[in-house]
Design a protein around this ligand. Structure first.
Ligand code: F6R
Length: 253
């Protein structure tokens, strides 16, 4: 079941999601947390770091599994997801770097690295709370339209739209064309999922994700199969959501 909460601004949507993480850490300091990268996550990570300071809640015993990595982008590259996580979150909170994981897009054997990542998640006891963003084409992590809803961590070809969006950041070098991503099946095994979306660019993807039935052409619609999903949206991203179904500020779909 997907619940939807709509907030006036992106900052408020991110703060609502961040306060769920902080509540989770308070209940279970060794929380296994799944995190994402991307523009939406900047405000979310800032809210998490703020709450970490103001509420005095520690990340030191938590484990963090990131959703995905580009293939062939080294950790010290300005656009690397490792660097993004360091700069937007890990340097601002008390995470234990030994307890932070990301699929290794620089591995010689990407298939082996993908299988090893699923094993690491299982060995940690599975993900307690997974944070997701959503692509304009409704991808979740780097599971592009057409991905099966049962997929495990795997190497994927990025959709032309995803490559085009990354091109500006990577220019003048060519943008990566492949990703190493948790599969949709892996994501659906998380005990709780919170998807954050903001801005008018995301309204169509959000509306499609909520429209039954789940379809492989819309990766985020797979979340309808999960029993505990919360969409934290700003009002622009919620624009296409049917208010007759969602009703108040937090409602179930
Ligand atoms: C990246 C990831 C992606 C992004 C999505 C939205 O780790 O999981 O699915 O969440 O591409 O990215 P932004 O927030 O940049 O629009």
């Amino acid at each position: 079941m997907i619940r939807v909460s709509v907030h006036p601004t992106a900052e408020e949507a991110c703060a609502a999601a961040a306060s769920e993480v902080i509540k989770g850490l308070r209940t279970k300091p060794e929380l296994v947390l799944g995190l994402a990268t991307g523009g939406t996550m900047r405000a979310f990570h800032a809210a998490l770091a703020r709450l970490h300071r103001s509420e005095g809640v520690s990340f030191a015993r938590a484990m963090i599994f990131n959703l995905d990595d580009h293939v062939g982008v080294p950790a010290d590259h300005p656009q690397s997801f490792r660097r993004f996580m360091r700069e937007t979150l890990f340097d601002l909170v008390d995470v234990d770097p030994e307890r932070c994981f990301m699929p290794d897009g620089m591995a010689n054997n990407l298939e082996a690295a993908a299988a090893a990542y699923d094993r690491q998640i299982s060995a940690a006891g599975g993900i307690d709370l997974q944070i997701l963003g959503i692509g304009r084409n409704a991808h979740i992590a780097y599971n592009e339209p057409g991905s099966t809803h049962e997929s495990r961590t795997q190497v994927v070809a990025l959709a032309p739209q995803t490559i085009k969006l990354a091109a500006r950041a990577f220019a003048p070098a060519a943008p990566p064309r492949r990703g190493l991503t948790m599969g949709i099946g892996t994501i659906l095994e998380a005990r709780r999922i919170i998807l954050i979306a903001s801005g008018t660019d995301k309204k169509q993807a959000v509306a499609r994700a909520l429209a039954a039935p789940p379809r492989t052409s819309c990766p985020a619609s797979a979340l309808q199969r999960h029993r505990d999903v919360l969409f934290c949206l700003d009002s622009a991203a919620a624009f296409g959501v049917d208010r007759r179904t969602t009703g108040g500020p937090t409602a179930s779909v």
